[in-house]
Ligand binder design. Structure first.
Ligand code: CO8
Length: 257
């Protein structure tokens, strides 16, 4: 039973709630719960898409610094894999995922948002990787996912300085995808996620896998990944339903199972 992370399912959309007052600081227990709930969201057939949300005030202010402050080097050596594992589990959800960001998304909080496909932010949002100010660097994927998303120069500026990026700048550099008033950002994210309810789940999983795995390899290997995913879909009921419906009724009217 999770204490700090909750999965709520409504009309085909799963919301992963971050719930650890006051700032959703991610202690080791919460990191483990997030990884576990991400795996559940991936596996459940009643979830078509996932929203990650920290509530109206704050997304997450990062790893729990008070907990981390006491760790020795030897303890961190054995924990570091787990720290990367929970954002990897989140990124591995084979369904469309979106973060609805209000307030601070810092350090590990920003890394959680980076592990989803899309980010909608409130106009009061502040994102950043302030680890450098603690004498460390991002450890839950930030150096890798941030630079892949916004490019190495902008990522280095943010990681080297530890500065906070406000909502307007985050939108301008592609760190977030849309801005909304704080009290609307969750509803907008749910609306985005709802588009995929009743959609072709295997094709969505294949599309996400092809894009994500393709980003990690050379073009030729990426094209081979695409070809394998593309041809594999010809064995699915969804492609039969999609194409039959197009031929008989025209575009966009297919019902998928
Ligand atoms: N960890 C633990 N407690 C925190 C954290 C945190 N990251 N952030 C805030 N808090 C606590 C404060 O200590 C304070 O507690 P209390 O009321 O008991 O004194 C309470 O939350 C409210 O915080 P503030 O009074 O500071 O509130 P402000 O509105 O003045 O400031 C800020 C909010 C800007 C968020 C500020 O608290 C801050 O800078 N927090 C730290 C942000 C940070 O450095 N994050 C990075 C952490 S390191 C990290 O994430 C490592 C990544 C690699 C591993 C990832 C695994 C998840």
């Amino acid at each position: 039973m999770s204490e700090f992370v909750r999965l709520e399912v409504k009309d085909g959309v799963g919301t992963i709630w971050l719930e650890r007052p006051k700032m959703n600081a991610l202690n080791a227990q919460m990191q483990g719960e997030l990884g576990e709930i991400a795996r559940e969201a991936d596996a459940r057939d009643d979830i078509a898409a996932v929203v990650v949300y920290g509530g109206e005030r704050v997304f997450a202010a990062g790893a729990d610094v008070k907990e981390m402050a006491t760790l020795t080097y030897a303890e961190m050596v054995s924990r570091a894999h787990g720290i990367q594992a929970f954002t990897r589990e989140l990124a591995a959800i084979g369904k469309p995922t979106i973060s609805a960001i209000t307030g601070f998304a810092l350090g590990g909080g920003c890394e959680v948002a980076l592990a989803t496909d899309v980010r909608f932010a409130a106009d009061n949002a502040k994102l950043g990787q302030p680890e450098i100010l603690l004498g460390i660097i991002p450890g839950a994927g930030g150096t890798q996912r941030l630079s892949r998303l916004i490019g190495p120069a902008k990522a280095k500026d943010i990681i080297f300085t530890g500065r906070f990026v406000n909502a307007e700048e985050a939108l301008a550099i592609g760190l977030v995808d849309q801005l909304h008033p704080a009290d609307e950002v969750y509803a907008k994210a749910v609306e985005w996620a709802s588009q995929f309810v009743g959609g072709p789940a295997l094709a969505l999983r294949a599309a996400k896998g092809a894009v994500d795995r393709g980003l990690e390899v050379d073009l030729q290997t990426g094209l081979e990944i695409e070809r394998a995913e593309f041809t594999g879909l010809f064995a699915t009921d969804d492609r039969t339903a999609g194409m039959t419906s197009f031929v008989e009724n025209g575009p966009g009217k297919a019902t998928f199972t």
